[in-house]
Write a protein that binds this ligand. Structure first.
Ligand code: ANZ
Ligand code: ZN
Length: 817
């Protein structure tokens, strides 16, 4: 037999599969479907490193397995190609971002194809293609028409280096996720999507999803539902002129009687107003307060939330607040541990029961008033009034007519006794949806002098991104598009008067909010997706990608999907039923692979040297799929040797003997339990354990002088999803005419998995003296009789047999005295 030549085999089969079209999904077939989807990549200039294909190989294995199990598969690929990197590249190299994208896509496609991935390329999509972004714009228009898109002038996150506004989801520890610059707050005109209208649905929908718990949990935290109350505090001036109300948000209205001060965020409107020239007489320390608010503005969010840092603040002199429950006069502070965007931007300070308030009270010498006694005092760690906080529930004390109440039950009663309101709040903020950059979908709106904002009529979509001479961000809060007057100046669709196009573009996330729908019907010119096709394919059965998308893409996409569901465009309430997150592949130095660190391994080189099948097996065998694992080029040889052993083993196969199977019950047991194990393991993305059971089965073939053809064919089928090229090659050598990937997945026989022969340990007085093999289920008498014949046992039986301990199919312990 010729030596294993991966190059020849792999190029041959990759061509053959395309020629026969075995990867093409069938349209509306009378078959069960399986929609298997990868998070589509951003085609970056760096190309793929060996970490990227791990998820793609997994979906390839899974979808090949499902295809062999009789499913009609949708396993597509496309490009999420709008966004800053291509634009920044274009600026630097003075080319058009489209050119860069085209070049990168070509490279990516080539890299993917040598891995032998079974994508149906006839469905390829690209988010920057006008025939695609027509529909991105169309969805935006539907949202706009339903009042879900609005213009806002509130200060938003602004990246000084990318020179664009950003959403909260675009930040990492208060820095721009793209470039790492510290983000500022800046008021610019922007379009915002009301994702908060869907907060409750996004939260409740999670429970029905087959997703990793940690991803669901980070979505819950991101949405951040808290139930609490708004309570109004009267503000009075020492000068006595007039009084005003400030509402605080609290999750613990039961502690109201314990509130000993009030804290406003430096950005609170009341503070801004009090600092205004016209209100000069209100505060006695205007300058001090002004200086404090200025210094707070220059701090980052991390600095402000850092619990280990000393609390800072400034008292407002000349005013006080009245506790609506106790009537106590409370001092008012401005402090930066209170945030303007959270709740009402004002907090009642309850130092006895809140740690931050306690720290603040210590610093400013404020009274600590205990109002909740624990139900049970922890003897090891008892609460000491005035020395530390108790944050749990308990019995109310020093709370007027509510003394003796259970704190949780008292919440509602206390709120209504002071005329407060129970409210549900979410941390989730509306989605800042406009960017002041070039390379994105134009927002399909027009500003008319007379009619205001007017939607571009659907028949005029797409609003194409025009060519510009310069892509540099203007930095003025306007996108580079604003400078192309030919494009900007249009007639108002309603009154035909003078009007201007919206020049902001959509954020990078827009195109990925619905792309899984387009794969179902990628060429449809009349609709986003044909409802019949959508009904057949939806939802995505298995979705695979990086965990870093937990609170970005995966929240945005659920939001758009729920909107489309409510408006009858899609038939399921959630887009992705099952989700797996890919564990990172770390570089040999233990760090993340990155060009920056110079530790990137290129898959092309690995594949050229060892072959795609070896590469695939290696990546699937590295460890549990969801966990991080370290790349180690040396250990690839292990996977390569496994394939070479299979190659040599195939020589022993009795090709002419079509029907035969090795009837040795031990072999039958291994064979059938391997089928069962590989089937279940692929189904649950436990690829590493599936491969190790294939290795065990291959060992038992090695022990056979001659291998029966039908046994080996079963093995090849189990191997086929992992090492598709070599499996097809050897399958062909077994005189099969059709590709192995169109054959049927083997079915296991449960009765053969049950062990028929078992080994029983024989002990004398608890010490193992021998071992026998008996048919499974043998009785104590039979086992004893056989055990007594063993020489190794006999010689220890020098005494009266008192009794025997027998564990069926496992052990016999003879006790002598
Ligand atoms: C009084 C109180 C007493 C509180 C107590 C807690 C314990 P979440 O769940 O995060 O919403 N808070 C309210 N608005 C805030 C703001 N703008 N910036 C910083 N903190 C703010 O937390 C709600 C709690 O965080 C509120 O309940 C408030 O403190 C504080 F024993 O009010 B609590
Ligand atoms: Zn008009």
């Amino acid at each position: 037999m010729k030596p294993y030549d991966h190059k020849k085999i792999e190029t041959k089969w990759q061509k053959e599969w395309v020629r026969k079209g075995i990867y093409k999904s069938k349209e509306l077939a009378d078959l069960p479907k399986s929609y298997v989807l990868d998070m589509f990549p951003y085609p970056s200039g760096e190309g793929l490193h060996v970490g990227h294909p791990k998820g793609y190989i997994a979906t390839d294995v899974y979808s090949r397995f499902k295809k062999m199990s009789g499913y009609n598969i949708l396993h597509p690929m496309g490009w999420d190609a709008f966004g800053l990197p291509a634009e920044n590249y274009a600026i630097k190299n003075k080319t058009h971002p489209r050119k860069d994208v085209e070049k990168n896509i070509k490279r990516y496609k080539k890299q993917l194809s040598v891995i032998g991935l079974n994508y149906d390329w006839s469905r390829e999509i690209n988010t920057t293609d006008p025939s695609y972004y027509t529909w991105t714009q169309w969805i935006f228009l539907q949202m706009y028409k339903k009042g879900l898109a609005y213009q806002s002038f509130e200060p938003i996150n602004w990246c000084p280096s990318c020179q664009t506004g950003l959403a909260n989801e675009d930040l990492e520890d208060g820095k721009c996720e793209r470039c790492g610059s510290v983000v500022e707050k800046r008021p610019i005109r922007q379009w915002v999507l009301k994702i908060t209208d869907y907060a409750e649905k996004l939260l409740s929908g999670l429970s029905g999803l087959d997703w990793p718990e940690h991803i669901k949990e980070s979505q819950r935290n991101w949405i951040g539902k808290s139930e609490g109350a708004e309570i109004d505090f009267r503000i009075e001036f020492e000068s006595g002129q007039k009084s005003e109300l400030i509402s605080v948000f609290t999750t613990r209205p039961d502690t109201l009687y314990g509130a000993t001060f009030l804290v406003l965020s430096p950005e609170h409107p009341w503070v801004t107003l009090a600092l205004n020239e016209n209100h000069k007489d209100v505060l006695k320390n205007t300058e001090e307060v002004r200086a404090y608010t200025r210094s707070a503005a220059s701090k980052t969010e991390i600095e402000r939330t850092d619990a280990t840092k000393n609390k800072t603040g400034v008292a407002l002199q000349g005013v006080f607040a009245v506790n609506p429950a106790s009537g106590d006069k409370l001092p008012i502070f401005v402090a930066d541990y209170v945030f303007a965007e959270h709740g009402t931007g004002a907090v009642m300070g309850v130092p006895a029961h809140d740690q931050r308030d306690f720290d603040f009270a210590q610093k400013f010498n404020l009274p600590v008033k205990e109002v909740i006694r624990p139900h049970r005092i922890d003897p090891v760690n008892p609460p000491v009034n005035g020395k530390k906080t108790y944050t749990g529930e308990g019995i109310l004390i020093s709370s007027g007519k509510f003394d003796g109440f259970n704190s949780t039950e008292a919440k509602g009663k206390i709120v209504s006794s002071v005329g407060g309101r129970m409210v549900t709040r979410y941390k989730l903020c509306d989605w800042v949806f406009s960017r002041q950059r070039y390379w994105g979908e134009p927002i399909p709106l027009i500003h008319c002098e007379k009619c205001g904002v007017v939607a571009v009529p659907e028949k005029d979509l797409p609003v194409k991104l025009p060519d510009v001479k310069k892509y540099e961000p203007t930095g003025t809060g306007e996108s580079p598009l604003a400078e192309i007057s030919k494009w900007v100046n249009v007639k108002c669709p309603t009154c035909k008067g003078k009007a201007k196009r919206e020049t902001n573009t959509m954020p990078q996330w827009a195109g990925s909010c619905w792309y899984y729908l387009r794969f179902m019907d990628p060429k449809n010119k009349k609709a986003i997706v044909d409802p019949k096709k959508e009904k057949y394919w939806a939802p995505v059965d298995v979705y695979v990608g990086g965990a870093e998308h937990a609170t970005r893409h995966l929240i945005y996409v659920r939001f758009w999907h729920k909107f489309l569901f409510e408006h009858g465009v899609v038939s399921t309430s959630e887009p992705f039923q099952r989700l797996y997150s890919v564990g990172l592949i770390l570089a040999e130095d233990g760090r993340k692979m990155s060009k920056r660190f110079g530790n990137v391994v290129n898959p092309d080189e690995i594949i050229a040297l060892y072959g795609a099948d070896t590469f695939r097996i290696y990546e699937m065998f590295m460890g549990p799929f969801g966990q991080a694992s370290g790349w180690d080029t040396k250990s690839i040889m292990g996977s390569r040797r496994f394939i070479e052993r299979i190659w040599r083993m195939s020589e022993k196969v009795q090709v002419k003997n079509v029907a035969g199977s090795n009837q040795d019950p031990k072999f039958q047991q291994i064979l059938h339990s391997t089928i069962s194990k590989v089937t279940n393991d692929i189904d649950s993305f436990s690829f590493n354990t599936a491969i190790s059971s294939l290795m065990i089965l291959s060992k038992s073939f090695e022990e056979q002088a001659a291998i029966m053809r039908s046994d080996f064919e079963i093995f090849l089928k189990l191997l086929a999803p992992f090492a598709p090229h070599v499996a097809d090659e050897l399958w062909g050598k077994m005189e099969n005419k059709q590709s192995i990937h169109t054959s049927d997945w083997p079915i296991f026989d449960q009765s053969k998995i049950v062990k028929t022969i078992v080994r029983i340990a024989i002990q004398v007085n608890g010490k193992v003296r021998g071992e026998i093999e008996v048919p499974a289920g043998s009785s104590e008498t039979d086992v004893k009789a056989k055990a007594m014949e063993l020489e190794s046992v006999k010689k220890w039986l020098n005494g009266e047999i008192k009794r025997a301990i027998f564990v069926k199919d496992r052990l016999l312990n003879i006790v002598i005295g």
